[in-house]
Design a protein around this ligand. Structure first.
Ligand SMILES: [Zn+2]
Ligand SMILES: [Zn+2]
Length: 125
């Protein structure tokens, strides 16, 4: 895996996530940054930020990959995870501030779990 240095691309994406309160899809980010960086760079930077623990990713209703900023108390999330909410009307995706505890499952080592809740957000209700 090639090392992405602390480049302008990393800074650009970090800033976008720092300014955003909701999750962002990869497709959205690629479109938004079209004039500044190519698709491969966007993917690579997102992967790097996820490995660094700044972002976490999950899959939305349409199979798209979404990224959101991790909050501090998520750093110790071994058997804890939070669900994500996707609005069926405006498409907004957010991290929900609740914790789901995954029970230990015999003979299985859990690495990740996805909880996607769909419905109408506060603006579309
Ligand atoms: Zn909505
Ligand atoms: Zn989240």
């Amino acid at each position: 895996m090639s090392v992405v240095r602390k480049t302008k691309s990393v800074n650009t994406l970090t800033t976008i996530f720092n300014e955003s309160t909701s999750a962002l899809s990869v497709v959205n980010l690629v479109n938004r940054l079209k004039s500044q960086m190519n698709k491969t760079t966007v993917y690579r930077v997102l992967e790097r930020l996820e490995n660094d623990g700044m972002l976490h990713s999950f899959i939305g209703v349409d199979g798209l990959k979404w990224y959101a900023k991790c909050t501090e108390d998520e750093e110790t999330h071994q058997n804890h995870t939070h669900p994500h909410f996707q609005c069926n009307d405006c498409g907004k995706v957010e991290c929900l501030d609740v914790t789901i505890t995954i029970p230990a499952i015999k003979n299985k080592q859990i690495e990740s779990a996805n909880f996607l809740i769909t419905g109408q957000c506060e603006n579309c209700k």
